[in-house]
Design a protein around this ligand. Structure first.
Ligand SMILES: Cc1cc2nc3c(=O)[nH]c(=O)nc-3n(C[C@H](O)[C@H](O)[C@H](O)COP(=O)(O)O)c2cc1C
Length: 212
């Protein structure tokens, strides 16, 4: 295939992905929400006087907060102190020795709240040990294509900061109210709780030395 045809095909695919993602987000917001919503995790663990880690997350429905809690539990079990906060409540990261920052993915990127936090605090986040993670429902398999697609979820993150480690976790979607469910099925987003708690714990164990 000619170079110009390949480029045209790429542009078409990228436009298709953007249109489908935008339609999914709009349809979900307009037509229906997830039931029930999980409360947003807000907690502190670990011994006093230990190195302090902020585990901040962007979430719409709560599943990313529960993943953040699992990461914090693991770090605290290894002797760190961790605050788990939704980005809206995370505050200034310069109070901490290290940061774990993650977000649910919607429309192929981090939630606006998480990106806003990242941009506002980029200077501090670039000075501290920083591990970043995404929570998402598609492109979960080991193929090169999926790896490239999920890696692109972090493009906007790398525009502001350079994490020492990155992680990608299967998330949770639904149950949705019917119209929202149809919208998500239409764009190929599966419903269900796909979270792999062993994989999340293993990632936390692996990033621990960078944060300690
Ligand atoms: C409107 C909407 C758009 C989504 N877009 C994507 C996406 O582009 N790629 C993906 O892998 N997952 C996508 N997801 C799945 C979420 O990332 C996943 O359900 C995540 O666990 C939600 O986290 P939360 O419960 O913390 O909000 C989308 C979910 C919703 C509701």
């Amino acid at each position: 295939m000619k170079e110009v045809d390949v480029a045209r095909r790429r542009v078409l695919i990228m436009s298709g992905v953007a249109v489908v993602s935008t339609l999914a987000c709009t349809a979900t917001v307009v037509l229906g929400t997830q039931v029930p919503a999980v409360p947003f995790t807000h907690s502190t663990c670990g011994p006093e006087g230990a190195k302090r880690v902020l585990v901040a997350y962007g979430s719409q429905y709560g599943s990313t907060g529960e993943i953040s809690q699992a990461i914090a539990d693991r770090l605290c079990a290894r002797g760190l102190s961790a605050d788990v906060r939704r980005v809206q409540e995370a505050g200034d990261p310069s109070d901490y020795d290290a940061v774990v920052l993650g977000s649910a993915v919607q429309g192929g990127k981090w939630l606006p709240s998480a990106l806003a936090y990242l941009e506002e605090h980029a200077a501090v986040l670039n000075r501290l040990p920083l591990a970043a993670f995404c929570v998402h429902m598609i492109y979960l398999d080991d193929s090169e294509e999926s790896a490239a697609k999920r890696s692109a979820y972090l493009d906007a993150v790398y525009a502001s900061v350079t994490p020492t480690t990155e992680g990608f976790f299967a998330g949770k979607l639904g149950p949705m109210r019917l119209p929202g469910r149809l919208a998500l099925q239409w764009v190929g987003l599966p419903e269900g709780d796909l979270r792999d708690w062993d994989a999340i714990a293993a990632w936390a164990d692996a990033v621990f030395p960078d944060l300690a």
